[in-house]
Write a new protein. Structure first.
Length: 258
């Protein structure tokens, strides 16, 4: 039985909710383990094509590591290999994940959002990597993901100061895709999920894998010429035939994900 998270499914969409609002959805090892299991189930389920992660309540997406739990002597062992929130070190997932940031996203909470493919933020959302202010560093991926997503100078403006950034500034900087009204962030994230679900799932996964792995190539030529597993699966799939056929027959495609 889940204690620290909730999972619901709406058709092909999985919604994972961090459910510790009493501590602004801060996470401790048991919570991280639950989330890791939730993402494991999503990744392995062939019927689930897109996921959204959000936080319970309207104040916080995730306030990061539960420092009070740690300070009180709580057991910090048993962290999942998939990283904070079960996602920051998850590098083998080609299915798209959307962060619906409904409030504060601090430290590890921001790192969870950065590990997602899209970020939708409520107008009251606040982002920060404040670790240097308490003698730490954003080692859950924030240090490396933020510069890649918004550029080194803009990222350093956050990494070296620990300053707080609003949802609108996050959009201006480039790590937020859309800003929504305070109580509409999940609906907005579902709209994005709906657009993704209109596309062939194997094409979506091929696009994600090639884009992510291609960033590690030595140059654009190497990135283009590299072979990607998901691209090969896409080209061998029935959907690879269904898409052009549906277009020529002027009808919506019937994607199988096979």
């Amino acid at each position: 039985m889940r204690k620290y998270s909730e999972v619901t499914k709406e058709g092909r969409l999985t919604i994972i909710t961090i459910n510790r609002p009493e501590v602004m959805n801060a996470l401790h090892p048991p919570g991280n383990i639950e989330l890791s299991e939730a993402f494991d189930n999503f990744v392995s389920d062939p019927d689930q094509w897109v996921a959204i992660i959000t936080g319970a309540g309207d104040k916080a997406f995730c306030a990061g590591n539960d420092l009070k739990y740690q300070a009180s002597g709580g057991d910090m062992k048993g962290q999942p290999s998939s990283g904070f929130g079960g996602i920051t070190s998850r590098f083998n997932n080609t299915k798209p994940i959307i962060a619906a940031v409904n409030g504060v996203a601090m430290g590890g909470g921001f790192e969870i959002a950065l590990a997602c493919d899209l970020i939708v933020a409520a107008e009251n959302a606040v982002f920060s990597l404040p670790e240097p202010r308490v003698g730490l560093a954003a080692l859950g991926g924030g240090i490396h993901r933020l510069p890649r997503e918004i550029g080194i100078k803009k990222a350093m403006g956050m990494l070296l100061t620990g300053r707080r950034v609003s949802a609108q500034e996050g959009k201006d900087l480039g790590f937020v895709n859309e800003v929504s009204r305070k109580n509409s962030v999940l609906d907005t994230a579902k709209d994005w999920a709906g657009l993704i679900l209109e596309c062939a799932p194997l094409s979506v996964r091929a696009s994600k894998e090639a884009a992510m792995l291609g960033m590690n190539a030595s140059g654009i030529e190497d990135a283009i010429k590299s072979r990607y597993k998901q691209v090969q699966l896409m080209q061998k799939s029935s959907d690879f035939v269904e898409g052009p056929r549906a277009f020529s027959e002027k009808r919506p495609p019937n994607w199988k994900g096979l």
